[in-house]
Design a binder for this molecule. Structure first.
Ligand SMILES: [Zn+2]
Length: 378
């Protein structure tokens, strides 16, 4: 991957290149950035930049055999460690070597991948992913061997959050004093889940969210219509993975629309199991997404109220929202509309104030059930 293929992040790219050209690169770096920011993509582009024999002042060449091998994840001196699970009962000695083929395929299609996407790729059950102590031995073995290609060796450790004490302890020495021309590129999303022993041995490269404008431009480059690009850039909130998901859905609001409709049905029926499960899913999203969803929900309640009283000429609903609302609007009326909106607004503020989302949303769902099923007292 060339730097040119990494979305946005131009200031960070220049800083990395500058530091390398001035010989100021640590032998262990950690690309720390939120999901969809391109932390892994940047680590890959950086490794390619360092390894490329024909690099320019701003990028690797992208065409030499080294670049091509790195690009197709076949470069013998670039090693990957990532979370995985033991292939079967009693196969505790599983390492990343056993997962390399699916990993390479996954990476080719989505260098902005998340740990959830990767898990979904390799298992249908919600199996717990690990980085076992055997993987530490695997890393040591790779890195103590001579370089195949005669240049730098790279060890990418994606989702360094998964390094637990046992595995990390076995790596501390080699991270601190790696063999000659060896660079560790850790990639992580959340600082609080990284062991201090690892953190103290790396130079942290903070990867910010991607600028909306850069997401917008990258979408235009994929032939997305300007209006849609602007809308997606707004909802994606600096997360390219999310932007792609929205791009591939029919309408940027569609993901929210489906969730909202499903949620309203659960609230109406007081589907307790469904509500708990849904609150749990929502809890896993980042706060910005949770807030986006709640403001979407608030808007839908408002639109349904208008639809109910003023008719469809006065509402802004797409076709999927419209067909749901034709049935749902009668439930939003002068008995409950005001309170429904107040409750959702309050939940929005609770989420903003870092309240425990799971609790806020399950609580909200039961309040909505009461309001949606309230009958006129007359
Ligand atoms: Zn090259």
């Amino acid at each position: 991957m060339q730097f040119a293929q990494v979305i946005g992040q131009s200031a960070l790219k220049s800083r990395l290149i500058g530091a390398f050209r001035e010989g100021r690169i640590a032998h262990a770096l950690m690309f720390l950035g939120p999901e969809g920011s391109g932390n892994l993509a940047l680590a890959l582009a950086f490794a390619q930049y360092i390894a490329c024999p024909n690099k320019s002042e701003s990028d690797s060449c992208g065409t030499c055999p080294t670049c091509k091998k790195i690009d197709t994840h076949q470069f013998a001196d670039l090693h990957y460690t990532f979370p995985f699970f033991n292939k079967s009962e009693g196969s505790e000695k599983t390492t990343c070597n056993d997962w390399l083929a699916p990993w390479r395929n996954h990476l080719k299609s989505s260098p902005y991948t998340t740990v959830d996407d990767w898990r979904n790729e390799i298992t249908e059950d919600n199996k717990q992913l690990i980085m076992s102590v055997y993987e530490a031995a695997n890393i040591m073995q790779h890195l103590t061997l001579k370089s195949y290609e005669g240049g730098y060796k790279f060890q990418i450790i994606w989702m360094a959050e998964y390094l637990k004490t046992d595995t990390a302890n076995k790596l501390l020495k080699i991270v601190e004093e790696p063999p000659e021309k060896t660079i560790f590129l850790f990639v992580a999303s959340s600082l609080e889940n990284i062991l201090q022993t690892i953190l103290s041995r790396v130079q942290v490269v903070y990867v910010p969210k991607i600028e909306d404008q850069d997401i917008h431009d990258a979408l235009l480059a994929q032939n997305c219509a300007p209006d849609k690009a602007a809308e997606i850039a707004h909802f994606a909130h600096g997360d390219w993975n999310k932007a792609l998901q929205l791009l591939n859905s029919q309408n940027p609001d569609e993901t929210y629309a489906k969730q909202f409709q499903q949620w309203m049905r659960m609230c109406y029926k007081k589907d307790v199991t469904g509500i708990i499960k849904w609150s749990d899913e929502m809890h896993k999203l980042n706060r910005e997404d949770q807030k986006h969803f709640l403001s979407y929900a608030l808007d839908q309640i408002r639109q349904n109220l208008v639809l109910n009283y003023a008719g469809e000429d006065f509402v802004r609903l797409n076709s999927s929202e419209k067909s749901f609302s034709d049935k749902f609007a009668p439930f939003i009326n002068d008995l409950n509309a005001q309170e429904l909106m107040e409750e959702i607004t309050e939940a929005y503020h609770d989420v903003t104030r870092n309240a425990y989302t799971k609790l806020v949303l399950s609580d909200l769902s039961f309040k909505l059930h009461y309001l949606l099923t309230r009958k006129s007292e007359a």
